[in-house]
Write a protein that binds this ligand. Structure first.
Ligand code: TRP
Length: 452
């Protein structure tokens, strides 16, 4: 991804697909549906969509324009424009290091499910309690985690991203089609319609600050914002490519897949829980609990399950590869180390940090950090604390130090910037104020000081 010579994407479509490839991953397929189920269905969806077209839009424009303007990746980009703000880039580079280990634990679960369908044991996986028993085991999930992160490390070490990109151009569209098929099929399972309604009709009585907070954290995560990745991508973008339109397309892609994943999972919960709404609050395991039941119901579901988990594994791998690549390239630059050594360091570090995230579902269940198990804690620390902080400083930096106009000029090199007023107002005022409010309430809430 970050070669010595600053290469650029072949064109706008190439850029959009590459950025969407980073954005679309477990965040869309695994994380979005369980959050939407947990935080009130339709109301979460509505809040998420509003945030995506305002907040997400402005922040993504800012990051990509920063990258294209400076031609540098995160650590260099801020420092080049103002020395005092180089720390934002460094802070942003720490986040992938927190995400990668637990992302790989989930990736390991996906790999296990792929193996289940490969060996024709899908029916067993549809049984109640199957998933909890699996993640609660001390050794098996760790092995799958090692397999997954090992695969990621091998690709990063040999630098075969080019091939990965080619394959993902074929796999991603198939994933969309298959998700659509499963979503439509699920809708017709008796009882599923209630789930569809729960998912698309906002119930305003379920609205709370936590909904906004969860939706905002998800937005950063899903769109790979607030950690400098989009700055790096922007630095590869050509000056003549339409930046505003590209951002709209990346958002559409990312949000579209998240929406479909919700359509696939949430109605399934309704159909198979026999109207028991507490099944919605299941959390990170939701997809792994519900989908096997859906596949068990669909004729030929064993094969569909296999293809599905293969595609999800692929979407996840493309994301974890770029997460690892980001950390590896920072280490290579900072400590002047070779690729292989840097890769091994990141691998060892991620294994160490991933072990508690995996064991926290079983034998280390009773050890908690601020009331959370390890996986939830790392997820919370990165998405609900560090990313909002980086986003806040980015807004202040763009809004008051380099001024929105400098990025508007950058966007206008390629095309008129239609939403420039919206962009400036959000970056300067709306976003920083909202982020601070949300951050404070989220930290207090996460630490159980207040309950919202
Ligand atoms: N957006 C990715 C997903 O939805 C996860 C992610 C967050 C990511 N930050 C990233 C992927 C940086 C690659 C690079 O799963």
């Amino acid at each position: 991804m970050m070669s010595e010579k600053r290469s650029s994407f072949t064109g706008r479509i190439g850029f959009v697909l590459a950025a969407a490839g980073s954005a679309v991953g477990l965040g869309n397929i695994w994380r979005f549906p369980y959050l939407a189920a947990k935080y009130g269905g339709g109301i979460f969806l509505l809040v998420y969509l509003i945030l995506a077209v305002t907040f997400g839009f402005a922040l993504m424009i800012a990051e990509i324009a920063l990258g294209r303007k400076t031609g540098l990746s995160t650590i260099g980009a801020y420092a080049k424009l103002d020395k005092r703000f180089g720390f934002i880039g460094i802070l942003g580079a720490v986040i992938p290091a927190i995400i990668l280990p637990y992302y790989s634990v989930i990736g390991g679960w996906v790999t296990k499910y792929l193996a289940i369908y490969l060996t024709g044991q899908g029916h067993g996986a549809a049984a109640d309690g199957f998933f909890d028993t699996f993640i609660g085991k001390p050794v098996e999930p760790l092995i799958w985690f090692l397999v997954y992160i090992g695969l990621t490390a091998i690709v990063v070490m040999f630098g075969v991203e080019k091939g990965v990109e080619k394959v993902s151009k074929i796999m991603m569209p198939i994933l969309v089609v298959l998700t659509l098929f499963i979503a439509v099929y699920t809708m017709f399972i008796p009882g599923a319609m209630d789930g569809v309604l729960y998912y698309i009709t906002p119930d305003f009585s379920k609205f709370s600050v936590t909904t906004v907070l969860a939706a905002m954290g998800q937005l950063f995560y899903s769109m790979s914002l607030a950690m400098g990745i989009m700055i790096t991508y922007g630095s590869y973008m050509k000056k003549e490519d339409d930046l505003e339109r590209s951002v709209r397309h990346i958002e559409l892609f990312d949000t579209g897949i998240a929406f479909l994943a919700g359509m696939m999972v949430i109605p399934g919960v309704f159909a198979f829980s026999g109207g028991d709404e507490s099944a919605l609050g299941q959390g990170p395991g939701l997809m792994f609990v519900t989908l096997p039941k859906v596949f068990d119901y669909i004729p030929g579901g064993g094969i569909i399950g296999f293809v599905f988990f293969l595609l999800v594994l692929f979407a996840a791998l493309t994301s974890s590869i770029s997460l690892m690549e980001t950390i590896v390239s920072v280490i290579m630059d900072k400590f002047k180390l070779g690729r292989k050594v840097s890769c091994l360091i990141v691998f060892a570090f991620s294994v160490l940090l991933g072990i508690p995230s995996s064991l926290g579902n079983g034998i280390w269940k009773d050890i908690t950090l601020f009331g959370m198990d390890f996986l939830t804690f790392f997820d919370f620390a990165s998405n609900s604390v560090l990313m909002p902080i980086v986003a806040f400083f980015t807004c202040i930096f763009v809004g008051f130090v380099i001024k929105p106009q400098s990025l508007i000029d950058e966007v206008e090199i390629s095309s008129p910037f239609k939403s420039k007023r919206l962009f400036a107002v959000i970056i300067k005022y709306v976003a920083p104020v909202c982020i601070i409010l949300i951050l404070v309430s989220s930290v207090l809430n996460g630490l159980n000081i207040i309950s919202i």
